[in-house]
Design a protein around this ligand. Sequence first.
Ligand code: ZN
Ligand code: ZN
Ligand code: FE
Length: 732
Amino acid sequence: MAVIRQRLRVMGIVQGVGFRPFVARLAGDLALTGSVVNTSAAVVIEIEGPSQALTDFCHRLESELPRAATIEHVEVETLPVLGGDRFDIAASQTTAQSGVGIPADLAICVDCCREMDDPADRRYRYPFINCTACGPRYSIVDGLPYDRPATTMRHFPLCPDCTREYQDLADRRYHAQPIACPVCGPQLEFRPGNTTAETALRQAIDALRMGQIGAIRGIGGFHLACDARNPQAVEQLRRRKARGDQPFAILVKDLATAREFVDLDEQSAALLNSAAAPIVLLPKRDGDWLAPGNGYLGVMLPYSPLHRLLAAEIPALVMTSANRHGEPIETTHPEALEGLADFFLLHNRDIVAPCDDSVVRLYQGKLLAIRRGRGYAPLTLRLPVEAPCSLAVGAELKAAFAIGDGQRILISPHLGDMENVATLESFEKTLGHLSRLYRLQPTRVIHDAHPGYLSTQWARRSSLETIAVQHHRAHVASVMAEYGIAPDHTVAAAVFDGTGYGDDGAIWGGEFFAGALTQLDRRHHLPYVSLPGGDASARRPALSAIAHLRAVGIDWRATPAGASLTEEEARIFDRQMERNLNCHPTSSVGRLFDAAASLLGIRHRIAYEAQAAIELEAIAARWFQDEAYAADPGHLDQLWRELIEDEGPLEAKARRFHGAIARWTCDRLQALASQTRTIILSGGVFQNILLLRLVSEPLTKQGLKLFAPRLLPPNDGGLALGQMYLAAVQRP
Ligand code: ZN
Ligand code: ZN
Ligand code: FE
């Protein structure tokens, strides 16, 4: 058979995931010769042998790919036959362009679990065990191509045993860049007391058992941790973080422990066990002290060997990002957490890039991202069109940026709420880091049209060309980009969220659009209601309720919302609204949900974003059948009267309210869908999966094609991608 030689340039997540050793083994299996090399632009494979073996090679390259690798693109070129007798992994080369992605941090694999449980293994109970299939990646890489010197593991010279494994093609740690062992790798440290590595873990476990709160340095930063089954410890943590009823996620030893707290099915178990190992929000069975008033509880499995050792003894641990209120996760300085933690469990492997745990939900058995962090970041996507090298900075809450050149767009991990200097600094640091790694130099920056956002001000201070885009159109564009919907394809869209700056200067958030991306017309919206501006309304659902009732001439004083105010407050707000002082017209569906939650007596003042809506959804989800009020939000006077006069159970009222919003949404979308079958849903309100289902099902039944965010969050965390797409098609 004819012998041929080919060069394959493979792009995608192909570095740091055991790709080269996999290629070398595959070549060995098929008796092919040649080489594989990492360049910063691609992994380049040269391969020579009988043509059938080459075909098999290409096939198996895709079908047997390591669990964390993704191939985006392969360029094939035929070369003259060289002859040779071996297959080599060549030294890495640095080239000008970048087509490879940094892999995400990978949860510990089954082989490493087995080794760390084996008393005869030299890595028995070693908290930093890893291999080519698992371990830290994004959080420790500070250069490309991805090799040990380009990671923070360069500070740990390999011992002879690790060197041997690293160089042995047959070993599962062949070229595993973060390879480490108890002799040469990172070690734990316990404070106070600065005890030795051997006893640090034991001390931390003892302290957690006693109900203490620890700051534990993990993969993407510090967590504050305590025993989740100890409600006093959890309460203490709540007080120190000063976040009221904020829900806490838990890290559980195994699926059996997870089942004590939440309902699990096959799909959620698979997601928990995936290489990304995210926090999965699951229907709560027990654990009101962990997520009060919430129908869901966030659960994750141990993804680092250290967490696995801890969970083996404390089977359910609260794990919350260690930070000061609204600031980014702390990665390096335990001193910054003084006063929050009773003890510190530290390690000496540096974290280059901070990364919060990812949070996801399941909708119809599939992933719906809420927050993209560890395990999912950074994400690369392809835009349906070419864009000049640009940066999109997102909005304010749940900030994440997008940066890209041509069609290839990189999405940063979740950075926090861009409301303070600390988050802005973290944004700048991550931006510097990613643009250096990927060699991107944006010439323009795309920002939200809101003039007051820190991200907008940052964009205007930069020396780059600026482009402002409207918030809700960017939400539509984000979904279109995720699904690769072309810019000239006509769509009908509903975008519901808390706040976004509208074309007319009003606060939008209940918007309907129709048209192609190049010309998205706002066709309909929730009727404007004048709301007290600033944070006041967002933090106090009672104010939304009062403003809504005032707007339609219903007496609010006798409602639970009115009763929640002191006489003094009632007088002040009444005067403010009477005179329309610092009030803004708003069409926000987020505030509409707030108003309903307050009028139903569920929540008048919130401790974290969207708390009232989350509690309203949880209560509505307990009602056993789909019902709806007769009035729709187009006639708010009638809707509020029905809700106030309803004497049914609270669960039924909450459900009927959801039903009315859903029916109105479906009616409006159907009316807009005369020119298209393509429907887009977006905006943070669609994290409410009861509403998402109530809107999706009837429309799908009518044969419409529905697209809602999956990979990117429906909230503002997905906005930057949409900003990028929208700006790429906007005519100047
Ligand atoms: Zn492993
Ligand atoms: Zn070693
Ligand atoms: Fe938004």
